[in-house]
Design a protein around this ligand. Structure first.
Ligand code: ASP
Length: 327
């Protein structure tokens, strides 16, 4: 083939490709959309995601599937989405751990800032310090005395390095200056099962996973990590009220798509997430679980992009100072 006709063929193929992807973006979605939750089913991130997914499915007119990819404190799921096709059919719902993992993990195989496209913040969830029902201490002071006196036998559950339960546990241990035995799970869903079964002693987990167990009297609770008490758990003291002044932790959650997802597809996802967060039923369900949809002025891709960047920068020196790393 002559050079001229070769060039013409290449140009035609390229414009056919562009045309196909523009059309695909305009008609999106034409098949089910998957949201990856990087933790086991039945846990707090799973619960939040399933509520949002149901509503987004109505707006998008397609099934929205939740896929649980637990392990490595959420990083296996994060990586899966970072490397997925950028077509809007594989999304990620992850929390604060994506910012701490950027420093905690030495060999991360994705970059949260450059491999993912932000869709928006979803919710910011308080945590609760809870224990198995027959754990002897009855309040925070007793808890601290007890774990210090029994540190060789007390076990603390978390969802792996970088999980919210891991961060909260580290904060607890550094506050009381005592190292405890940690038991990692693929999510706090299975960790909660073991706590209820008495195989582990205590953990710090989000209200989205602990509220019903606390209300049902199935676990002991020592404090909630929000500034003010949570309306759905009015009897639970804040950590400050329980004697821990600087123990305020909010687990922010965001939604992302792989980098390179076409703008028209992203726009549809941003709008669908927004519709879900405006939904009265979701606000009610979130409220019952001790949280709330992200405020309207904190929605959208640009807020999440800036938030992730500032969170990575905020946690980097703290983690470096603590010298805790994972591979
Ligand atoms: N969000 C995790 C989960 O859904 C738990 C955690 O981060 O501690 O299991």
């Amino acid at each position: 083939m002559k050079l001229k006709s070769l060039l013409a063929a290449a140009t035609a193929a390229a414009s056919a490709l562009v045309f196909a992807s523009v059309t695909a973006a305009q008609t999106y979605p034409t098949k089910p959309v998957t949201i990856v939750v990087p933790f086991a089913a039945g846990g707090p991130t799973d619960t939040v995601t399933r509520l949002v997914a149901q509503n987004m499915s109505k707006t998008l007119g397609q099934t929205v599937i939740v896929e649980n990819v637990g392990g490595a404190g959420g990083n296996l799921g994060n990586e899966k989405v970072a490397k997925a096709a950028p077509d809007g059919y594989t999304l990620l719902l992850m929390h604060i751990g994506i910012s701490t993992s950027a420093t905690l993990y030495r060999n991360l195989r994705y970059n949260a800032m450059t491999d993912l496209e932000p869709i928006g913040l979803v919710t910011t969830v308080p945590m609760t310090l809870i224990a198995k029902k027959d754990f002897p201490p009855n309040n925070m002071k007793e808890l601290v005395d007890y774990v210090k006196a029994n540190k060789a036998k007390v076990s603390y559950a978390n969802a792996g390095v970088g999980a919210a339960s891991h961060l909260c546990g580290m904060l607890f241990m550094s506050t009381i200056q005592t190292d405890l035995l940690t038991v990692p799970y693929k999510g706090t869903g299975p960790a909660m099962n073991d706590l209820l079964g008495g195989q582990v002693d205590f953990m710090c987990d989000q209200t989205t996973n602990t509220t019903s167990q606390i209300k049902g009297g199935k676990v002991k609770v020592y404090g909630v990590t929000s500034k003010a008490r949570v309306a759905s758990l009015p009897d639970v003291p804040t950590m400050a009220e329980a004697g821990f002044k600087d123990f305020e932790v909010g687990i922010w959650h965001g939604m992302w798509a792989p980098k390179g997802t076409p703008k028209p597809v992203l726009d549809k996802l941003v709008a669908a997430l927004n519709t879900a967060l405006n939904d009265a039923e979701i606000a009610k369900r979130f409220g019952d679980l001790g949280t709330a949809p992200e405020a309207a002025d904190r929605r959208g891709p640009e807020v999440l992009r800036a938030h992730l960047k500032s969170e990575i920068e905020k946690w980097r020196p703290i983690i470096q100072k603590a010298g805790v790393y994972a591979d």
